[in-house]
Design a protein around this ligand. Structure first.
Ligand SMILES: C[S@@+](CC[C@H](N)C(=O)[O-])C[C@H]1O[C@@H](n2cnc3c(N)ncnc32)[C@H](O)[C@@H]1O
Ligand SMILES: [Zn+2]
Length: 149
């Protein structure tokens, strides 16, 4: 599977991932994160079933990206990412946060909170890896785990 900018294939981080097909400039919209638009009530129900693909896009609606027609769902997390998920209006784009070289894996920080963080060990391979998939604001707390409840 591929787009103009991204090819999806096996990743050293986990399963499949997205890789740059050519140099991607900083601030480029790499791919739109699409999916099913659902109500907050339906989103809560799906999140209780551990759906990791849901984004909040407005006060009324969430977007569930766990659909075959959303290749962006395959993009892995990194503690030193080269992209970010940006909400623009009610759409979500994966946007380059720096220049990305051809062949480099495209990653963003999933921004998870600390709930059940131990269930999400990180294998991004970055020298700055926090060890778990969490938002950057929690890195020091998970590195210094005894301080967590
Ligand atoms: C949205 S999917 C990403 C696509 C996934 N690689 C695949 O092939 O289905 C999210 C899942 O990928 C895995 N994953 C993503 N980033 C990871 C990372 N940095 N370390 C370990 N597992 C990761 C986790 O299992 C996570 O629940
Ligand atoms: Zn990591």
């Amino acid at each position: 599977m591929e787009t103009d900018l991204v090819v999806f294939k096996d990743s050293p981080i986990h399963g499949k991932g997205g890789f740059a097909r050519s140099t991607i400039g900083k601030d480029t919209r790499i791919i739109e994160y699409v999916g099913e638009r659902i109500s907050k009530a339906e989103s809560l129900r799906r999140c209780e079933g551990n759906n990791e693909y849901i984004f909040a896009v407005s006060p009324e609606q969430d977007l569930d990206g766990n659909v075959a027609w959303n290749p962006a769902r395959l993009i892995n997390h990194s503690c030193s990412p080269n992209s970010e998920a940006r909400i623009e209006g009610e759409r979500i784009w994966i946007v380059a946060s720096c220049e990305i070289r051809p062949g480099e894996e495209i990653t963003f920080n999933y921004g998870y909170d600390l709930e059940d963080y131990k269930d999400y060990p990180c294998r991004c391979g970055s020298p700055d890896c926090a060890g778990y998939i969490v938002a950057e604001e929690f890195f020091e707390r998970v590195r210094n785990r005894p301080s967590l409840p």
